[in-house]
Write a protein that binds this ligand. Structure first.
Ligand SMILES: [Zn+2]
Length: 75
């Protein structure tokens, strides 16, 4: 049974190592994402909130945080 336990222990350590690697990878990719968003922040012309350009609604040269604010400002 000694060998079986040793294999089991090795398997557990390997699994923990894999989980740790995935955790580190997830953290680094999250960091890259926020850095990208930080680079493209725009200001809603209506309420002044800062939002990522990819989520903003563009109208001519102005940005809006939502369709409602775009309509409020152009009405
Ligand atoms: Zn707004």
């Amino acid at each position: 049974m000694g060998l079986f336990r040793l294999i089991l222990l090795g398997l557990v350590i390997w699994l923990l190592f894999r989980l740790y690697q995935r955790f580190i990878k997830g953290r680094s990719s999250q960091k890259q994402e926020t850095r990208q968003i930080d680079g493209d922040m725009v200001r809603c012309k209506h309420c002044g909130i800062h939002i990522p350009e990819s989520e903003a609604i563009k109208k001519d040269n102005d940005y809006y945080c939502s369709q409602a604010h775009l309509e409020d400002d152009t009405r």
